[in-house]
Design a protein around this ligand. Structure first.
Ligand code: ADP
Length: 162
């Protein structure tokens, strides 16, 4: 069984993430989306909330599951018996950091590889932080995130759809 891990903050999940999830889930028997429970960055959504939002968005994808993790990604990957880490690349600016992380992880565990999917052009500009910024001003985020999670995002800013 080929298991892939797609780690990230997903604060919140966007169409850019969904695109990577859809494409990479075809490469594995099981794709586990691993939500980083990061105690350094102060996230908008708790890890549990981020997991729940991704579950809503992926509920019709049969070989996709979602879990929160903390600690080292490489330890989580091993615990899940996975062999591959999936990351998305948007721009050259992502590359240097991603290369460093991928090489470090490979050095720590040589049987685990990272694969990169390049973003679909229409989402190359899209990030969770842009979604948070627009939502905080009650802007229209319907082009950026799946509609079922819009109320949860607006609620964080005490905004609503009306
Ligand atoms: P992190 O804090 O780990 O970068 P993110 O939630 O920002 O967490 O991103 C998780 C992964 O999804 C990263 O590999 C990132 O490059 C990728 N990603 C984020 N937005 C997009 C997008 N619009 N298109 C493609 N990949 C994306």
């Amino acid at each position: 069984m080929r298991i892939g891990i797609y780690p990230g903050s997903f604060d919140p999940v966007t169409f850019g993430h969904v695109d990577i999830i859809l494409r990479s889930s075809k490469m594995f028997d099981l794709l586990i989306i691993a939500v980083l429970n990061n105690n350094v960055k102060k996230p908008l959504f708790s890890a549990e909330e981020r997991v729940e939002l991704i579950r809503q968005v992926t509920k019709n994808m049969r070989n996709v599951s979602v879990e929160a993790f903390d600690g080292l990604l490489i330890d989580f990957v091993k615990k899940k018996n996975a062999s591959t880490i999936v990351r998305g690349l948007r721009a050259v600016s992502d590359f240097e950091y991603e290369l460093q992380i991928a090489q470090t992880n490979h050095k720590m565990s040589s049987d685990i590889d990272t694969v990169f999917l390049t973003t679909s052009l229409e989402y190359s500009y899209l990030s969770s932080s842009i979604v948070r910024e627009i939502a905080s001003y009650n802007g229209d985020i319907s082009k950026f995130v799946p509609k079922e999670i819009i109320p949860s995002i607006l609620a964080k800013y005490n905004k609503s759809l009306d």
